[in-house]
Design a protein around this ligand. Structure first.
Ligand code: 3PG
Length: 306
């Protein structure tokens, strides 16, 4: 079988070496398409691939339609808003992600970004400590859980909201589970976003919600830019000169934000949450193993389009 890894943002070499071992020792062929700059390159590479591994690369209907032999596509990572699941289902292609494999890398970055903003982006001036402050975890999935665990080490008070996780599960981790999203934002000095981008969540982080945050509030976004109402974010930072926004997924209006509120906003140059050797290895090897097991014994664990 031809297994294609198509990554506009490539895996670390050590991860590719591991993936190659898994793929070739099972009798498959590994093909790489890295740092491609145009979707036409992905379309021609996928034409005769039996399996496809991507990161945030967009697997659209156009890509799926071009894939004559494709049987499985694995998003090496958590968020699968880049996969057209209906297109996959329409062609009987199994779509999977690798949940949890890069979560620790993202969670560590959250704490790093919080400290960076608390210390005036490492510029001169009096900063703040995390100790004793209230941190709101918006969605208690793999990343949210780890952020909470690490933040406990900083002696933060932690609250969480997730309509899909039982309150008892959250409370069992020693975290205050709040009843609604408004309670989370009203009560927290920091809110860390861990919601996926889908029809329900897009633009859901709006002025009304963010304006509930107490004086000096800071929003941390290592999730997806689409969940933010970007016009509202500008309005908020204009009206609330106390608030800060730090993100690993730069909004479309980043230039305007930087120009207007440079001291209170920060965006990484490119999404960097999963950019650790460990996360690349975990997610990359998991993707390779999932594909090998799918071909070997039809294993569809982590299938998204069931
Ligand atoms: C994910 O959803 O797994 C993260 O956002 C990481 O995405 P990346 O593989 O594009 O870095």
């Amino acid at each position: 079988m031809k297994i294609l890894i198509a990554t506009e943002k490539p895996f670390a070499k050590i991860a590719i070496d591991g993936i190659r071992k898994i793929v070739e020792s099972s009798g498959h062929e590994l093909h790489l398409l890295e740092k491609y700059t145009d979707v036409s390159q992905l379309i021609s590479a996928v034409a005769d691939a039996d399996a496809l591994v991507v990161r945030s690369d967009k697997v659209t209907k156009q890509v799926i339609d071009a894939a004559e032999k494709l049987k499985i596509v694995v998003r090496a990572g958590a968020g699968f808003d880049n996969l057209d699941l209906d297109a996959c289902t329409g062609k009987n292609i199994v779509a999977m992600n690798t949940p949890g494999q890069n979560s620790n890398a993202v969670a560590e970055l959250v704490l790093g970004l919080m400290i960076f903003m608390n210390r005036n982006k490492f510029n001169a001036g009096t900063g703040k400590e995390l100790k004793g402050k209230k941190l709101g975890i918006h969605a208690y999935g793999n990343v949210g859980r780890l952020v909470a665990r690490i933040a406990k080490g900083f002696d933060m008070q932690i609250l969480a909201f997730d309509p899909f996780v039982k309150k008892e599960t959250i409370q069992a981790d020693g975290i205050t589970a709040v009843d609604n999203v408004e309670d989370l934002y009203s009560n927290c000095d920091y809110v860390s976003l861990h919601i996926p981008a889908n029809n329900e969540t897009k633009k859901s982080i709006n002025y009304k919600l963010l304006n509930l945050m107490p004086q000096g509030g800071c929003l941390i976004n290592t999730a997806r830019k689409e969940v933010i109402d970007e016009d509202d974010l500008i309005k908020l930072l204009e009206n609330r000169t106390d608030m800060k926004y730090v993100t690993d997924v730069a909004p479309s209006n980043i230039a305007e934000l930087q120009q207007k509120f440079d001291a209170r906003i920060f965006a990484t140059a490119k999404k960097t949450g999963a950019e650790t050797a460990e996360a690349n290895i975990n997610a990359g090897l998991a993707a390779a193993n999932q594909i090998v097991n799918f071909f070997k014994n039809g294993d569809t664990t982590f299938q998204l389009n069931k």
